[in-house]
Write a protein that binds this ligand. Structure first.
Ligand code: GLY
Ligand code: MN
Ligand code: MN
Length: 401
């Protein structure tokens, strides 16, 4: 509890009982935990309700953040004496905004933690590229990289996405057998020991070099990713970086004869969203989609931008102007989603920009995504962590030799 009136900070909790220690071993006391974070006022949990009651009796307001667990909603019901169904509506907009403002800008120490998380992510991706071979099931690779994370005393930043059906954006089904020439997406990251996230995506072929189509799509996505990263600097709106990436993707799709027409008009109409239905990136920090539990709109748009309702653009989690200290992901992709292609073709949607006849032969392609984590600096940006192979020759060297 931060008591602004008396400028004190208190920690509430109960020390482990002897019976608990029998099962879980000796635990640090509340006072010891408090000392680690500079809090000296430590009280048993029951005192929290007493202190809240004392405060509210003299007319003081209680500010709290959205509870993200059902049990916390029940605790809030008891502590604040409001029905559990009202708890979410009573959260403090002022406190949410204050926390977002503080957490948007990462300190050097936080960036160092993210880079530790990225070191584990790099090892995850390199292991997956090295070990994925024809005949293996996807889940064998998932198990190995999950084990690597555990062996570092760490945890996954989010459930692993690994699939030869990369066109399913968040594919957590890992039952497919890998075959020679398949293209797989691995979107995976770990947390540092202090819980800062990493979030990296790589795409690689199984057992052989990229074929011509895979190479064309991959090079297009890589160009969009690298040009997107190059555009990152203070004051640039992330929505504009997204639109730049959409242009690069559209140009590549035109080279493949899958799209046509004026690139600017095509992007403005949202035709590329058939192939790129998600946003270019998001904030990253203690959460992989940082602070979205507080409010995706307040984090990514704030008061300065408004979410566009167009299909694809509406999934953009981050639009606001960048500031030094932001850590963002840049993650363009191209996907061939049969159900979406069929639906759009039936509607003749954006037919002036899409070559539907050509597209029929691509419905089994899958998808390509490439993702890195980028710090906005005073004079531009820095891609965080040691480089993880993403140029075609580097990827092929690991994945097919
Ligand atoms: N790993 C989910 C994402 O890239 O946003
Ligand atoms: Mn990711
Ligand atoms: Mn991401």
């Amino acid at each position: 509890m931060i008591d602004i009136g008396s400028d004190t900070v208190s920690l509430f909790g109960n020390d482990a009982s002897l019976e608990e220690i029998v099962w879980i071993g000796p635990q640090p006391t509340l006072a010891e935990l408090g000392a680690r974070v500079g809090v000296t006022e430590c009280h048993p949990f029951s005192k929290l309700e007493v202190m809240i009651d004392e405060g509210t009796e003299i007319g003081r307001s209680v500010h709290f953040l959205p509870p993200n667990r059902a049990e916390t909603i029940l605790k809030a019901e008891k502590l604040l004496k409001i029905p559990s169904s009202d708890v979410e509506q009573c959260v403090s907009q002022e406190l949410i905004r204050a926390v977002i403002e503080q957490r948007l800008l990462k300190s050097d120490e936080e960036v160092a933690e993210i880079e530790k998380a990225l070191e584990i992510a790099a090892n995850m991706h390199i292991l997956a590229m090295r070990m994925s071979r024809p005949g293996m099931k996807e889940q064998e690779v998932v198990g190995a990289i999950d084990g690597l994370v555990s062996s570092q005393g760490s945890e996954l930043a989010f459930p692993i996405i690994f699939s030869k059906h990369g066109e399913v954006l968040h594919n957590h089904q890992h039952g497919n057998v890998l075959e020679e020439g398949d293209l797989v997406i691995l979107d995976a990251g770990a947390n540092s020991l202090t819980h800062y996230a990493s979030d990296i995506t790589r795409t690689f072929p199984i057992g052989v070099p990229f074929n011509d189509r895979q190479r064309q799509v991959y090079e297009t996505v890589l160009r969009a990713e690298m040009d997107g990263i190059a555009a990152i600097e203070p004051e640039t709106r992330f929505e504009d970086v997204h639109l730049l990436a959409c242009k690069r993707l559209t140009e590549g799709l035109q080279e493949m004869d899958l799209m046509k027409g004026d690139v600017e008009e095509s992007v403005a109409a949202g035709a590329h969203a058939l192939f790129f239905p998600h946003g270019l990136g998001h904030m990253m920090g203690l959460d992989v989609h940082d602070m979205e539990g507080l409010s995706e709109d307040l984090v990514g748009y704030g008061d300065e931008a408004e979410r566009n309702s167009q299909f694809g653009r509406s999934s953009l989690r981050l639009a606001r102007a960048l500031k030094p200290g932001f850590v963002v992901t840049v993650e363009p992709g191209l996907y061939f989603i049969p159900d979406l292609i069929d639906q759009w073709r039936e509607e003749n949607r954006h037919a002036e920009f899409i070559n539907y006849d050509q597209l029929e032969g691509w419905k089994d392609f899958g998808g390509v995504r490439i993702e890195d984590d980028v710090l906005v600096t005073a004079d531009g940006h820095r891609v965080l962590g040691e480089p993880i192979p993403k140029q075609i020759a580097e990827v092929e060297k690991l994945s097919s030799t």
